[in-house]
Every structure is written in C-alpha cells, then in structure tokens.
Design a protein around this ligand. Structure first.
Ligand code: SF4
Length: 480
C-alpha cells in the first residue's frame, strides 16, 4: 500500500487492491510438433492467466535457434500479432508469473532463455525450490554469475555444469540437486522436456492436438485450444518430447506424492481436472461437507464471488437453503486504484464487491468463502453484508483454518500474519463480527478431494511440511 503519496493536481492517492488470499504463482504451457506452436502457447497462457498476472513470456524453437519474448503484465498486453509471428517454429514453451521467489521485474520473468555449452535452453517453472538459497550460495562461491534473483536459475546452472553430454542426463544431474516444488517445461532446439517433482506439488498435464503434444499446468488450457487430455505428468517423471513425434517417459526419482490440496480449494480453475479430479466437483463436495459439519439456521446462502461460488452451490444443495447472488463482483478492477483522500470505509473491498440490498435486507445469511488468510478482507465483507441489511451473518469456510505459510510456490503471508495461527475460532468470529463461524475439518477436506491414502500436502493446515525447509526460507517467511 502506497498511502500518503500525493498525485499532483488531485486529492487522491494510490491504493493497493491486493486481496487477502494465497496466490498461486505460475502457469506453464508447452507445445511440441505444431506449426502454430507460439499461437497455441499464447492461448494456453491466456487460459492460465489466473495463475500469474505480473509477467508473461514465450520462447519458441524453429529447429535451428530459440526465439524469446517476455514482458510485464497480462498475456494479452505482452503479445501482439507481430511479436507472435516472430516466434517461429513448431515447438514453444510459455509462462505466466506471479513472483514467489525473487523480485518482481522483467529480468525475473520466464521462460529463462540461456546459451551454454550444451546449446540454447529455455526453462519455465511453477513451484519453488526450498534449497535454492543454499545452492545459490554454493554456486556463487564457485564464481557463477546469476542473471536473475529467481530460485529457478540455479537449476539451469547445474544443468550447464553437468559432465554428461546428453540432454536428459544433464537435466537429471540438475534434478539431483534441487528439492521442493517444481513442475517444469524445458525447450531445446529439437526437443521439449516436461518434468514434475517426485512429490508432484504442482499439477502438470499432458494433452494432444492434431498429432502434437501439449503440456499445461491445468486442463482448462487444453479446452481452449481443443486439445484432448491424455494424463498427468507423473510425480518423479521426465517426459522427453522429440521433434520426430516421440514421447519418452523417464523416471528420475520414485514418486512420493504430496500434491498441493490448496489447488483444489482455491488456485486451480473450477473447469480444470487436476490430480485426476474435477476441481468443481471437489469444491461442491467441500460445500456439502461444510453444510453437514456446520449447519446454520438461515434464509440464504451467499457466495463470496468468485472464490466461494462452487462451495456455496454444494452448501445450498446439501442444506436446502436457497443460494442467491447477494454480492456482485466488479471484474474490471486492477491491482491498484486511486482512492479519494477522504477515506471511504472498506473502499478496496467495495470497489470489488457490491451487495444486493434487495436480496440481503432482513435475511439470515450464510456467507461462503474458500479461505480466511489474514481476516482483513473477510471482516470487511461481513460488514458490507450487515450494512446491506442482513439480520444475521454466518460465515462458512470451505477449508480448515490456515495456520502455516507455504514454501512450495505459493505467495503466503508470514505465520504471524495468519489469523488462525494466532487466534482461536471464537476470537476470529468476534473479529469478523459474524454470528457464527465454521471451517471444513481436515478430514472433510481430504474426503472432498478423494484422498484416502495421504497423497496430498496439508502443511498450511497442519504445519507438517513434507520436505525439509531450509533456514533461510523460514527466516524470510517469519520476518517481522
Ligand atoms: S503448504 Fe498448503 S499451499 Fe503449500 S503446497 Fe502444501 S497444501 Fe499447498
């Protein structure tokens, strides 16, 4: 928030509209063997825009060289027709970024494209390498020079340093070094490689279109380009897609799946299938379980748009209480806005959400959202609903209390900032000024995503991290 800055000639000041959510961090896409590779990648990134809005990039290969373009902003702003025409060739990879590790600027935008003794290579990464700070210190002490402040670049350094001459072997050498969450696509002159870390934290899907292979963070990208979904890239799999149309699956580590359960709760689009399961189905089931675990005597179920819609549908169906769209979202609000100097209460939230007074007045409302992170936005939404005349507001949350930050490619506040890490349920209810408050249980969450065998990471609800997290990251996350 940049409060206090005067804009000459106005009595307004800039106002940050960053919302109180966990933020996913990147979307990745790749094509091998299609004459429209760059255009398809552009469309794929367009469908994955929700996974990162700060920068976008595409690198293509025409079989002789790699051609790259990236910029700050949304996919539609970064790529023009002439730019896409210049991205020649039948193979391409793309990336949309919301910074998790490294600063927000163009030099950290991806794909990172470099030339080394093994030729040109481009890399796009979704996730976060938990041992990157230590690896970087080691490489820098040996004289390596880094172009970016992103964790992803250490991977390329180890790839370039590999004593092997073969590409898959050199990639495997680099994979031996890194720990954490990494769904990767790599582009070489004549091949594309798709990789998912052994725990499979982030999704990565394989599809086919007109004989070409396509790879995407989420299947909603396949729907847009008309590609058929084949399967997931498996945890611990390296899939090599050659320019001759061959797909070779290699295992670089045994699978130990701990997939991110929050992809089902919030990050992924509801029209995607991830980890082999429909996101919409998971969210509706979460709403049903929420209604069973925390019923409410109420007249209306109202979703917080858009994040609470699917769970509200499930809650309404299970409880028999009608769902109404009692909050309207303005979809055209950017990340910052100019606020009048005369402070308006709950200005940022009101810009995004407006209550429908005729629906809410005099009603007992069940307000459904997917999560409460700091609690600041939820408190304002409860107040807006009350001020629109609701008689009672019963807050229902379709995940358990969020008590720990994420180190696996998600932008989260520090533990101290997470309201559920420092307050009891009753204290949170009072702070929100809700008449009642209920979260889905951990068991309910696992049931809703079909997790009978412990295949999911639950660390933001339990504090039990599936990998060792190195001290520098803990220090960064716990900073005051
Ligand atoms: S800590 Fe939470 S957000 Fe991070 S990977 Fe695990 S479940 Fe997902």
């Amino acid at each position: 928030m940049i409060n206090g800055l005067n804009i000459p000639g106005t009595s307004f000041h800039p106002f940050s509209l960053a919302d109180d959510k966990f933020h996913d961090h990147c979307g990745i896409f790749a094509v091998q063997g299609h004459p429209e590779a760059a255009n398809l990648t552009y469309l794929g990134l367009y469908a994955l825009q929700h996974r990162g809005q700060e920068s976008a990039g595409i690198t293509s290969s025409d079989g002789k060289e790699l051609i790259a373009h990236k910029g700050m902003g949304h996919v539609a702003d970064v790529f023009t027709e002439p730019v896409l025409e210049g991205l020649r060739g039948c193979a391409a990879i793309g990336h949309t970024r919301y910074s998790t590790a490294g600063d927000t600027n163009l030099k950290n935008a991806q794909p990172i494209t470099v030339a080394c003794q093994k030729g040109q290579v481009a890399l796009a990464h979704n996730g976060n390498l938990v041992n990157a700070p230590a690896l970087r210190r080691e490489l820098e002490s040996r004289g390596d020079i880094f172009q970016t402040t992103s964790d992803t670049e250490v991977f390329l350094h180890y790839f370039a340093r590999s004593k092997h001459s073969g590409i898959p072997e050199s990639v495997a050498d680099a994979l031996d070094k890194v720990v954490g969450a990494f769904s990767l696509v790599m582009l070489f002159k004549d091949s594309v490689i798709a990789i998912r870390d052994p725990r499979g934290f982030r999704p990565l899907c394989l599809g086919k279109l007109d004989g070409a292979y396509v790879v995407a963070s989420e299947t909603c990208a396949f729907d847009l380009i008309g590609a058929a979904y084949l399967r997931e890239i498996e945890p611990g799999e390296m899939l090599v897609l050659s320019s001759h149309g061959e797909a070779t699956s290699l295992r670089f580590a045994p699978p130990q799946p701990t997939q991110c359960i929050f992809e089902h709760v919030y990050f992924s689009r509801p029209d995607s299938v991830i980890f082999g399961r429909s996101v919409q189905a998971s969210r509706e089931m979460l709403g049903r379980l929420l209604a069973r675990e925390h019923p409410a005597q109420a007249d209306l179920v109202v979703p917080v748009p858009d994040s609470g819609v699917a769970a509200a549908i499930g809650f309404a169906e299970e409880s028999g209480i009608p769902m109404k769209v009692g909050l309207i979202r303005n979809h055209y609000v950017g990340r910052t806005f100019i606020e009048p100097r005369q402070t308006i209460r709950d200005f940022g939230v009101k810009l995004k959400l407006n209550p429908v007074r005729s629906l809410l007045e005099g009603q007992r409302v069940v307000l459904v959202d997917d999560s409460i992170i700091r609690g600041t936005t939820s408190r304002k939404i409860v107040r807006i609903v009350r001020e629109a005349g609701a008689k009672e507001v019963h807050m229902r949350i379709s995940c358990p209390p969020t008590v720990s930050p994420c180190f696996y490619g998600i932008d989260t506040p520090t533990k101290k900032e997470l309201i559920a890490a420092t307050h009891s349920l009753e204290e949170i209810r009072q702070w929100l000024d809700a008449d009642s408050l209920g979260y889905v249980s951990l068991e309910g969450l696992r049931l809703a995503v079909g997790d009978g065998s412990g295949r999911y990471c639950l660390a933001c609800y339990t504090g039990n991290y599936p990998t060792k997290v190195q001290e520098p990251l803990l220090e960064i996350r716990d900073r005051k």
